[in-house]
Design a protein. Structure first.
Length: 398
């Protein structure tokens, strides 16, 4: 039998999606499942987006430019400028989702065997993207006890070698909801300039900030990182249009853009219809975001309040995005998550969660944690936590 690549064999399964067959079986057995595992917003996509696709007059669905259409990149640059990110269309490459932007970025800045330092826990697919690119993740651990704040900069210094090419952060964070402060970004800016590294920032959740005194700082917000900073972005969560699969890579480093464009040319072009939708999304009124932020803030507060009522549960209050890490009083949340779908229900209902070990690179970490995406309505979140509480009591007696 032909042999599968070692790269393919070492690629981890998604902690977010690998339990899907068990949830499907549960539903076949007439069990209702509350999906807390995946960041698929239930917020309606802006009507202007849907109308742009529905009402367009395209007669030939042609390729776009490899870097994305001029029209969309120009309007996207205007969006960034309104957020104090001084870029133009030449600094932007449109990609097939934020995922492709990450793949292009990693391939642009690092060769086989090189290293990227990432605070963990981190978005699970960073593991997959790095393995696929032959790049090694070097984790620096943040902890739930410290609300997943940026580890001391000395911890980064210890890990930097001649193979280190970049530091990668997600801000606000998936899976933690942590929001980096201006001071923390200044520290990161200082260290990447000192060691001549790239600072890659996954800023997909930029709009999702919940508390009055907090604000999002981009790595391109006047930190002196024009040659060092790369932004990865996406329309998926901002406009509740995950299925569009449109993202982008943004950098003022012309060599980064020129190199990433070669990867973009190799895959020909980003999707044309989805760019039309994404361009229209930029016309979304501020009132849409105001309503969305109010809704998610209420959901966050409801979820945290309910979780804190369960004995032995530790949860860090997220400041952004729509995820939180929850530490449970059990040893193996992967087994628990599977058991919830295979063997447990309360009045015909159960929940699907994402075991958090898949969001770590260090073996053994996160085994007693789960990630919850609070993308359900408040009543459903309250019921979901009630189910988790009942399930924990039964599970501990097995």
């Amino acid at each position: 039998m032909p042999i599968i690549s070692s790269k393919g064999n070492s690629l981890p399964e998604s902690p977010i999606r690998k339990l899907v067959p068990f949830s499907e079986n549960a539903e076949k057995n007439n069990i209702s499942v509350f999906y807390l595992n995946i960041g698929q917003p239930d917020i309606k996509t802006p009507q202007v987006v849907l109308d742009a696709v529905k009402n367009n007059t395209i007669e030939v669905l042609a390729y776009s430019r490899s870097e994305g259409s001029d029209e969309y990149r120009t309007k996207l640059a205007n969006y960034y400028q309104k957020n104090d990110i001084d870029v133009n269309k030449e600094n932007i490459i449109i990609t097939t989702g934020g995922s492709e932007a990450l793949l292009f970025t990693i391939s642009t800045v690092a060769d086989y065997g090189d290293e990227i330092i990432i605070p963990e826990p981190f978005y699970a697919n960073y593991n997959a993207f790095s393995i696929a690119s032959g790049v090694n993740i070097i984790p620096v651990n943040s902890t739930i006890e410290n609300c997943f704040a940026l580890p001391d900069i000395s911890e980064f210094e210890k890990l930097i070698t001649e193979k280190t090419k970049a530091i990668l952060i997600c801000n606000p964070g998936n899976p933690t909801g942590y929001l980096y402060s201006k001071k923390e970004l200044e520290k990161l800016a200082k260290i990447v300039k000192k060691h001549d590294l790239f600072l890659i920032a996954d800023e997909v959740y930029r709009e999702f900030i919940y508390d009055e005194n907090d604000r999002h700082y981009s790595v391109l917000n006047n930190f002196g990182l024009d040659e060092h900073a790369i932004i990865v972005d996406s329309v998926s969560k901002r406009y509740s249009m995950c299925g569009a699969r449109v993202g982008c890579l943004v950098s003022k480093n012309t060599e980064v853009i020129a190199t990433a464009l070669k990867f973009a040319q190799a895959r020909l072009s980003p999707p044309t219809y989805a760019q039309i939708a994404s361009e229209a999304a930029l016309e979304t009124p501020q009132s849409y975001f105001d309503d969305v932020i109010t809704e998610y803030k209420d959901r966050r507060d409801t979820l945290i309040t309910e979780l804190q009522k369960i004995d032995g549960v530790l949860v860090s209050k997220p400041k952004g995005a729509f995820y939180c890490i929850v530490q449970l009083p059990i040893e193996d949340t992967e087994d628990f998550a599977r058991w919830l779908l295979e063997s447990f229900n309360d009045n015909g209902e159960t929940v699907m969660v994402a075991p958090a070990s898949g969001f770590y690179s260090t073996p053994g970490l996160g085994k007693n944690q789960i990630r919850i995406a609070y993308v359900l309505k408040k009543d459903d979140l309250i019921r979901s936590v009630e189910i988790i509480k009942i399930a924990l009591e039964k599970y501990k007696n097995i």
